[in-house]
Design a protein around this ligand. Sequence first.
Ligand SMILES: Nc1ncnc2c1ncn2[C@@H]1O[C@H](COP(=O)(O)OP(=O)(O)OP(=O)(O)O)[C@@H](O)[C@H]1O
Length: 223
Amino acid sequence: MIQIRQLKFGYPESSFRLNIPELEIQDAEKVAVIGPSGCGKTTLLNLISGILIPDQGELTAGDVDLRTLNDSQRRAYRISQIGFVFQEFELIDYLNVRENILLPFYINQTLKLDESVQARARDLAASMQIEQYLNSRIDQISQGERQRVAICRALLTQPQILLADEPTGNLDPANKRLIRDLLLEHATRTNAILIMVTHDDRLLDEFDRTIDIERFHEMVKTA
Ligand SMILES: Nc1ncnc2c1ncn2[C@@H]1O[C@H](COP(=O)(O)OP(=O)(O)OP(=O)(O)O)[C@@H](O)[C@H]1O
């Protein structure tokens, strides 16, 4: 479960403030996050993933109290617990599909790339119907297929918390639903929490709950 209480966060040199009195997300819950541009959706995901640190308040994920972690513990938490799918895919063009999926294991020395990980990458690619592209370059596959590569990468470490920041933003309607459904299916199968940001009301129906972040957002007048 993710628990947030009395959380306050602001960026230096910005009047934006996020102020969340209470928010709980249950284990295996599937949540859509909505709200107008600039209200703090990405900021919330970055707080939950430990990329940003709250100024005040409580933030726990399972039995991890994010306030108490030092930098290397926070990094270990991110690697072991979090899968992050970005809107812009964040794939590396000069690597092939397989290498992009395996990227977390290339850049984190704490992760050991062995045959079981290779097999998991192949299984994920098969479940996302991109197995035939494992040796293809990123610029040889479509937008929807690229997003599926990014999802495989996020799932490779078997995260208990899957965060997806407008993962369907650049896709056509059929691919939007496909990507949403693939995320939901994988989160269900692995009992993971899924938190997906979306601007598209037509994608909300399959989630357990929708959270509108606008109610937590304020702009503070500065002198
Ligand atoms: N690194 C930063 N430094 C200062 N201000 C920032 C930074 N990142 C975001 N902001 C500001 O914080 C506010 C919230 O940004 P955030 O990206 O969380 O919004 P969002 O709801 O995800 O927006 P969008 O739907 O456009 O992606 C915005 O006003 C933004 O300009």
